[in-house]
Design a binder for this molecule. Structure first.
Ligand SMILES: Cc1cc2nc3c(=O)[nH]c(=O)nc-3n(C[C@H](O)[C@H](O)[C@H](O)COP(=O)(O)OP(=O)(O)OC[C@H]3O[C@@H](n4cnc5c(N)ncnc54)[C@H](O)[C@@H]3O)c2cc1C
Length: 403
């Protein structure tokens, strides 16, 4: 069995794991302005080995207390939404430039630079915007602190990071991988059956994710700013400072900037891959360390503060080795959840409402054992309201900003 049916059922998370683990190169994800990625499986070269299907997080994942992926993490505390954790911190990069230029204090960049400097990893998989196709985010393998720094900042844009697993399988070394929850889920499923991937990807840094956007969302933002998307030469979404903003530049020298979250309007919120709306994993529960914005009043006006959730013994070792790279303040579970109030609503209440709507339409649902799927009347209302808003803004985007 291969992943074609997952894609056709609308359950593909666009993480890229299927292409990354396919031994014959039969599975391919092709970048697309509207969809993000289009999946194809070449019937001639597919041997039906099932590797792609086993590693696909699209059909769902076990989040119950006894789930296989929690087995090597004894002693971790756990609760709904927060996931397993051993330490909780608020933090930022000690280096002022890394902090200022990062999305929420540069913790991800600082941790990955520390991983390289201490030898915890030989290389880091991170994401940057393509130099030749500025609406396209791409995964890169970084081997120097400068290359890691060049990937800083959140990209509100889909990226099939895990296609890079093919290179990792071919090129020996010890890798750290930075990814959204879907990337980390796909990686863990792939590692479950591949010893080589377990030995090579030794660290994972999860980036919190409420929703990501289709590439077209950035094209719409460019049109709103009066720029031709074909002319774009540079796109960034966050930084400098906190929370920073979007910056768009063209080959003709025009530049536009807009603060975050002002630019994250109805269009950006609507033009997101539908599968994201039914994913419950906001905080990358399967990562060694997870980071996100610490949206708390007490950090307003600072140069960026991240939530830092240290989940596994490997994460604890990485953090201990990164002491001089980070400034940390102790955090508690309630304050950490409070810092993600909006994302909590999206990934719990709205998600249950969207799943309920999907079930009414008799569309296949992902299976998430261990998570409460029963939608209250309020959840259903939220799901209907969000679906209606999404349809409206998709319609308006087609009318006002055709490709
Ligand atoms: C799509 C998306 C949705 C998010 N949703 C939330 C949210 O709901 N709540 C919240 O608190 N935080 C969210 N974040 C995380 C937040 O925006 C910051 O990325 C995070 O706090 C890390 O900041 P930093 O300064 O430590 O990272 P930096 O030092 O700036 O480094 C950012 C790292 O993230 C990686 N990265 C950037 N974009 C992507 C991407 N699309 N896919 C994979 N890796 C990527 C880069 O490679 C880089 O290594 C989201 C991020 C993204 C990309």
């Amino acid at each position: 069995m291969n992943v074609q049916h997952v894609y056709e059922e609308g359950l593909c998370m666009q993480c890229g794991t299927c292409e990354g683990v396919c031994p014959t190169g039969a599975v391919a994800l092709t970048w697309d302005l509207r969809a993000g990625y289009l999946l194809s499986v070449d019937a001639q070269t597919c041997t039906d080995c099932g590797h792609c299907h086993e590693a696909c997080p699209g059909p769902g994942l076990d989040f119950s207390p006894g789930a296989w992926w929690r087995e090597r993490n004894e002693g971790a505390l756990t609760e709904d939404f927060l996931g397993p954790w051993r330490q909780l911190w608020f933090g930022w990069a000690s280096d002022e430039t890394v902090r200022h230029e990062g999305a929420s204090g540069g913790v991800a960049t600082a941790l990955m630079q520390a991983a390289l400097a201490t030898g915890a990893a030989d290389a880091v998989v991170a994401v940057r915007m393509s130099a030749t196709s500025p609406l396209e985010a791409e995964a890169v393998i970084c081997r120097s602190p400068e290359e890691v720094a060049a990937c800083r900042g959140s990209k509100y844009n889909v990226v099939a990071t895990n296609t890079v697993l093919r290179r990792i399988l071919e090129e020996p070394g010890r890798y750290a991988l930075v990814g959204l929850p879907c990337h980390i889920q796909g990686l863990r499923l792939a590692q479950r059956r591949s010893r080589r991937l377990r030995e090579r990807v030794v660290l994972t840094l999860g980036i919190f994710c409420g929703l990501t956007c289709e590439p077209r969302a950035t094209a719409v933002a460019a049109r709103q700013a009066g720029l031709d998307r074909e002319e774009l030469s540079f796109v960034s979404y966050r930084g400098p400072g906190w929370p920073g903003g979007m910056r768009l530049e063209t080959r003709r020298g025009a530049a536009r900037g807009r603060h975050y979250p002002d630019y994250f309007d109805g269009f950006m919120a609507a033009l997101t891959p539908p599968r994201c709306r039914i994913c419950p994993d906001a905080l990358a529960e399967l990562a060694d360390i997870s980071v996100g914005d610490a949206w708390l009043d007490r950090f307003t006006g600072s140069d960026g503060v991240s939530d830092v959730i240290v989940r596994t013994p490997a994460g604890e070792r990485l953090l201990a080795g990164a002491a001089e790279y980070l400034s940390l303040q102790p955090a508690g579970p309630q304050e950490m959840v409070a810092s993600q109030r909006e994302t909590h609503v999206v990934k719990r209440d709205v998600r249950r409402g969207r799943l309920w709507l999907r079930s009414l339409a008799r569309r296949p649902l992902p299976d998430y054992p261990g998570l409460d799927l029963s939608a209250s009347a309020g959840d259903r209302l939220r799901g209907v309201a969000e679906a209606a808003r999404e349809r409206l803004f998709r319609f308006l985007a087609d009318r006002r900003y055709p490709d």
